[in-house]
Design a protein around this ligand. Sequence first.
Ligand code: NIG
Ligand code: FE
Length: 402
Amino acid sequence: MLLIKNISQLLLMDKPDFTIIENAYLLIKENKIYDFGEMNNLKLERKEDYQIIDAKNSCLLPGFIDSHTHLFFSGTREKELEMRLNKESYYEILKKGGGIYYTYQKTKEKKDKELFEENYKKLLNVLKWGTTTIEIKSGYGIYPDEELRHLGIINQLKERLKDKITILPTFLIHVIPKDIKREKYIQLMKKTMEIVKKEKLAIFCDVFCEKGENTFNEKESLELLSYGKKLGLIPKIHANELYYSKGDYVAYKVGCVSADHLIYPEVKNLKLMRKKDVVATLLPGTSLFLQMKKKPPINLFKRLKMKIALASDYNPGTCPIYQMPIIISLGAFLYGFNEKESLYYGTRGNAYALNLQHKIGSIEKGKEADLIILKYDNYQKMFYNFFENPIKIVIKKGKIVS
Ligand code: NIG
Ligand code: FE
């Protein structure tokens, strides 16, 4: 058994205003949380062998979960950032063949081995910053063969890293290529989804539902996600990121596990989403990096008692931040959640967005021992020092991994 003792603050993530046990212990048996409580109540069994971690002056909480990333790519887009600062819009740049099309080119140039190596390195850094479960979308392959190649490498990474970080692959239908007619591309993507499902390359499917000629409208998104769901892929959606684009309604209609971004949702559609318990996944790193003045209506989400998640959206164009402590802090600084809410939405909230709430995301007996120890004696210091890595130890399935 592994005993973590003298924990300054044990953060349970039982609710947004979560319970804190001070001067606590936590016991891990095999890969599960076995017991926890106040140090005064700790009783050790003689016959057991204990490995001990002294967590004096430290906080213990569930590992961060990142339910929305585009981690698999090659190349950077700093030129595009400058263009945006010079007032060119994200969508204008995309329309001209930049943005996602640029990353498609840069990723396509790389061999399998190179893509494996560079994305493997990124994932070790992600782990160092405390993320123990991560969703990774494809979407920079655009064409069927290239999409399948990317998903194949994402699955190799998943296998190689399975004892350190859980990877959940998503097939993302991202943008329409310039040389294929949209109707034809939709049919092509449906066929590709069949292969993705048959070869078990992804758990989720996703669509970039947005106004404009390069992305997918309400009807097309509905068609694609319904098809994916019928095949057995769990649908997610990029909804209402740049305009009022009805992705929120599609999320309800299809029954998506989450609708992500939601900068421009409509009240009536949020009410519908709530009926089907669709998680509102918010991505404050993207708001920062796109310098978006409009913020998601968080008071409305709360009033409707919607489930909320805070994730990174890590990608080369709209959010180069993969560090969940920074994202969680931005949830507070930019979107106005309090610190406890932000932490809860960055752990338990993301577990809901990945349909893993029964396994991870909170401190409960029997849940997976995916845990992080912060180098601070209270969680507020993580927000105060949001630019620094707060992680002392990462535990995955009961083992120290970073
Ligand atoms: O969530 N909106 C679509 N996908 C990403 C951006 C991808 C990119 O620009 O490379 C997003 O913001
Ligand atoms: Fe995204």
